[in-house]
Structures are given as structure tokens and as C-alpha cells.
Design a protein around this ligand. Structure first.
Ligand code: SF4
Ligand SMILES: [Zn+2]
Length: 269
């Protein structure tokens, strides 16, 4: 099945109406750009949302790519400037958080991921979106599943799927991943073929993640094996039920959380 047919097939499973407002989390990279391009092509009601992390030249180039893409697609575009909203760029915020941690220092992407997730949910809700679309693809999903297996915590993947499941709460905006069944190589090829304005550079902060080691291993596998891991993970995860009874609201920021204080506020307090 070609990329566009697979994309449509996944969207049919997600069952969103074309009238529903979808916020596309645009990083400036190929995956989220292809997601926005195809959602728009197939008539969905999308708006772009970009978190300007202020990671030097890399962020400037990402912002430029997102600007060009949104103009090309003729869609509304929202920018969250992390420096204005949170007082500092990601590099400073992250170092400050990491320097407070005594043992088991959180990796760069783990800190950044927590902050971005918090921002996206809050802002998408403010913009009255029915869903947040991200550019996660098959390779990402396999990496996440295998990382959680290697860490002995497969249940951490239990919310994974083309649409976020298990956790339902009026303050949580569902997340959709229309590229869920598509290989990264095919997305790269598609973005180049369609000359999308994409920043192909890697984030300079993604240097110490355990996930990168897993990615290198997964990249040695043939496509058939990766597809099988994803298929098997879906079967395994069906049997793992996450306890969704404990969603409460963070006593510091009011956002949904499993604990009294959410991960973002715990990191930033
Ligand atoms: S690669 Fe890691 S540090 Fe860079 S933007 Fe992504 S999550 Fe953040
Ligand atoms: Zn909080």
C-alpha cells in the first residue's frame, strides 16, 4: 500500500470528522510537515502549532520551515515562544532542571518531552481543538515500544496507537498519529519528492538519549521485522490495561496529572 493510501486508512480508523479542528504539532521536520500536508490535502480542518524552543540556529531554521509550510498550505499558524512564556529557552530550562537532580539525571529529550507535552495539551485545549496530530511514524513507535521493553516497563506504551487511548479526561486533548503505520524512509522520500520546506538537520540536543541507542539497533532491522514488532506490540498492548481512574488535576497548574503535582511542575518547581 502506498503512503497516501495507508495515511487515509489510518485516518478512517481514527474516525475524526473533517469539520473537527485538528492542531498539527509542527516541529519544522519532515514527519510533522508531511502530516500537515496530507491532512490538508484530504480536506481536514487543520491549524499549525509550533513550539519555538530557542535552541539557537536549529530553532531559527525550524521556525522558518514551519512558516513557509503554513503559508504554502494556507493554514492558520500559532507559535509558542518558550522564552516569552516560560522565561528561558529550552537549553537553559533543561540545564536548570538537570542540575537540581541528584541521581539518575533525566536525559535532554525526557525533560524537553515533558514540557512540550504539557504545552501542547494546554494550548490545543485553549484553541478548542478536537485533536492534536503529531508526526510519529512506524519507526518511532517501534523505538518507543522496544525502549520500554528494554527498560522492563512495557505498560508505558499502553497509551500508544494511531489515537491515544485508555486515558480519557475532559482536559486531555486526544492525540492522533496518522503516520503510525508508515516507515520513516518513505516519509523522507515523500517530503523530498513534494519539495516540502523541511529542516532535515537533527536537533543538537538529542545527544545523550538512550533512545538513540535503541534507534541505531532498530535501524539495522529489515522493514519486515519492524512491521512485525509494531503488529505484535499492538497485540501485546491490548492485554495491558492502564489504570485510568487516577487522573486528577495538578495542584500547581491545574493540568491533568496522575499525581497531585504534574511532571512539568515537579521538574520546574
Ligand atoms: S530531539 Fe529531544 S531535545 Fe530536541 S526537540 Fe526533540 S525532544 Fe527536544
Ligand atoms: Zn502542574
Amino acid at each position: 500500500m502506498n503512503l497516501q493510501s495507508q495515511f487515509k486508512k489510518t485516518l478512517r480508523k481514527i474516525k475524526l470528522s473533517k469539520k473537527d479542528k485538528i492542531i498539527v504539532a509542527l516541529s519544522g521536520g519532515k514527519d510533522s510537515s508531511v502530516t500537515a500536508y496530507l491532512l490538508k490535502k484530504f480536506g481536514y480542518n487543520i491549524e499549525g502549532f509550533h513550539i519555538d524552543l530557542k535552541i539557537g540556529k536549529y530553532s531559527e531554521e525550524c521556525l522558518e520551515s514551519v512558516n513557509k509550510l503554513c503559508k504554502q498550505l494556507d493554514i492558520k499558524f500559532h507559535i509558542y515562544d518558550i522564552k516569552k512564556e516560560m522565561g528561558s529557552g529550552m537549553c537553559y530550562l533543561r540545564s536548570a532542571i538537570q542540575s537540581k537532580q541528584k541521581k539518575g539525571m533525566l536525559k535532554n529529550c525526557a525533560v524537553c518531552g515533558v514540557l512540550k507535552k504539557w504545552i501542547l495539551n494546554k494550548e490545543a485545549r485553549r484553541l478548542k481543538a478536537k485533536a492534536i496530530a503529531t508526526g510519529h511514524h512506524l519507526d518511532d513507535e517501534v523505538q518507543t515500544f522496544m525502549t520500554n521493553i528494554f527498560k522492563g516497563s512495557p505498560e508505558l506504551s499502553s497509551n500508544s496507537g494511531p489515537i491515544s487511548k485508555n486515558i480519557k479526561d475532559k482536559k486531555l486533548v486526544p492525540r492522533i498519529k496518522p503516520l503510525f503505520h508508515i516507515f520513516e524512509d518513505d516519509i523522507r522520500e515523500f517530503s523530498k519528492k513534494n519539495k516540502l520546506p523541511v529542516n532535515y538537520d537533527k536537533c543538537p540536543c538529542a545527544i545523550d538519549s538512550y533512545r538513540i541507542q535503541v534507534r541505531e539497533f532498530i535501524n539495522t532491522l529489515p522493514r519486515k521485522d519492524k512491521a512485525n514488532i509494531l503488529k505484535n506490540s499492538e497485540q501485546i498492548l491490548k492485554k495491558i490495561k492502564m489504570d485510568d481512574s487516577k487522573i486528577q488535576y495538578c495542584e500547581m497548574c491545574g493540568e491533568p496529572s496522575r499525581k497531585q503535582v504534574c511532571k512539568k511542575c515537579m521538574l520546574m518547581e
